[in-house]
Ligand binder design. Structure first.
Ligand SMILES: Cc1cc2nc3c(=O)[nH]c(=O)nc-3n(C[C@H](O)[C@H](O)[C@H](O)COP(=O)(O)OP(=O)(O)OC[C@H]3O[C@@H](n4cnc5c(N)ncnc54)[C@H](O)[C@@H]3O)c2cc1C
Length: 360
């Protein structure tokens, strides 16, 4: 099965969350006639809720080597993708600081041991264990910390806006819900190939695809000056604080086995905000800008899903890793169809791809 060769193909991308947007963006660069179908005018898709962390190390606690490798590859790709977009996207690659309160050092040590086991010899290359850290002066009171050097973040909302803005200029953008999706056909119109990137809406067609609820809070905290992503280790939950522009911080995220996308609960709000306040008292006077919730499209084994048949590819199951994985997973899907869509992006990237293969 191939998409390569021959005259420019007419392709349809159904769904323009981060998965469909990257798929469409790669397809445009291949010179295809691209049609994007996306009905969401309210910015309510899961991709708008994400914190945009590109955290292949921190995620290793619960993810496997496959996710880790794909994540490292995506970080390199993101830096070139952002450079190529017309609109600016806030992007930082200054790593993650993992911290804990002294009474929670057990949870912290467990996390460190997990990474040491999974990364083996690569641990000291990518992580720095510190008794007293100086990277974030305002968090000095906390106990030992672990610096994950190679992690990055993108502003998810800005990245989607920039991708959509390029796609609206370079492809045929249909603000429409697709009611009928088949191999080579969308709403009755013929295409050479169709990419189904509908996230959770494709659950009827992908066995086991289900939603995992996540809640996140955005605050503006003028009294807090944190430059890096921070992960707080706690025996019951892991919470992250992601710094954005203008003293804004995203505090997240819960993980609840439910596809309910109703408003955030009081319990989650209290836990997320208390955790942030316990790390830095400056969060007490923060203003709450947004309380958000969505359901992550998740497969039974929590791995990304790629499936092809003649005229149709399905890419899905990005779970809690849509931004971490989309550039590399979508590239993998194209490679399976005979197209290398990223070699120039890798060459032009200001970041080096470090292959940590077989580290687990
Ligand atoms: C609280 C929270 C925090 C997160 N933080 C991170 C993070 O820090 N880093 C990270 O990598 N990931 C994160 N994620 C995960 C990430 O958001 C998801 O993995 C990602 O959004 C999935 O993208 P998607 O494009 O597959 O699905 P979606 O974003 O759901 O997009 C699917 C699109 O398909 C469209 N669609 C559906 N049906 C149709 C139809 N019939 N016709 C046309 N279009 C249709 C929808 O409107 C939607 O726009 C987070 C998720 C949550 C909930």
């Amino acid at each position: 099965m191939t998409l390569a060769g021959g005259q420019a193909k007419k392709v349809a991308i159904v769904g323009a969350g981060i998965c469909g947007s990257i798929t469409a963006w790669y397809a445009v660069r291949q010179g295809f006639e691209v049609h994007v179908f996306e009905p969401d005018a309210n910015k309510s898709s899961c991709s708008y809720t994400a914190a945009g962390m590109l955290a292949p190390m921190a995620e290793l606690e619960s993810a496997n080597d496959h996710i880790h490798q794909l994540g490292l590859e995506s970080i390199v790709l993101w830096s070139s993708i952002i450079d190529a977009l017309d609109e600016p996207v806030f992007h930082k690659d200054n790593g993650t600081l993992v911290v804990s309160h002294r009474q929670d050092e057990g949870a912290f040590n467990q996390f460190v041991n997990c990474l040491k086991t999974k990364l083996g010899d690569h641990f000291s290359e990518s992580c720095l264990l510190m008794d007293q850290q100086n990277l974030e002066p305002e968090l000095k009171e906390l106990g030992r910390s672990l610096y994950l050097k190679n992690e990055a973040q993108v502003d998810a909302q800005q990245a989607l806006f920039a991708l959509h803005s390029d796609l609206k200029k370079q492809s045929n953008w249909h603000q429409k819900q697709v009611m009928n999706l088949q191999a080579g056909k969308v709403n009755g119109e013929d295409f050479d190939w169709v990419f189904d990137c509908r996230g959770l809406a494709a659950k009827g067609e992908i066995k086991g695809l289900h939603g995992v609820r996540g809640e996140v809070i955005t605050v503006q905290a003028p009294q807090v000056n944190i430059q890096r992503m921070v992960r707080v280790m706690h025996p019951r939950y892991r919470i992250y604080i992601v710094p954005r522009e203008n003293h804004c911080y995203m505090i997240g995220a819960t993980e609840i086995q439910s596809a309910d996308v109703g408003p955030i609960s009081v319990r989650s709000t209290l836990e997320l905000l208390s955790a942030a306040f316990s790390v830095h008292p400056g969060f007490a006077e923060a203003r709450i800008l947004k309380l958000d919730c969505n359901a992550r499209p998740t497969t039974l084994d929590h791995q990304p899903f790629i499936e092809h048949e003649a005229g149709l590819s399905r890419i899905n199951g990005l779970y809690r890793h849509g931004y971490l994985l989309a550039p590399s997973v979508v590239a993998k899907a194209f490679a399976q169809l005979g197209l290398d869509v990223t070699s120039d992006l890798k060459q032009n990237s200001s970041m080096e791809y470090r292959d940590h293969e077989h580290c687990i």
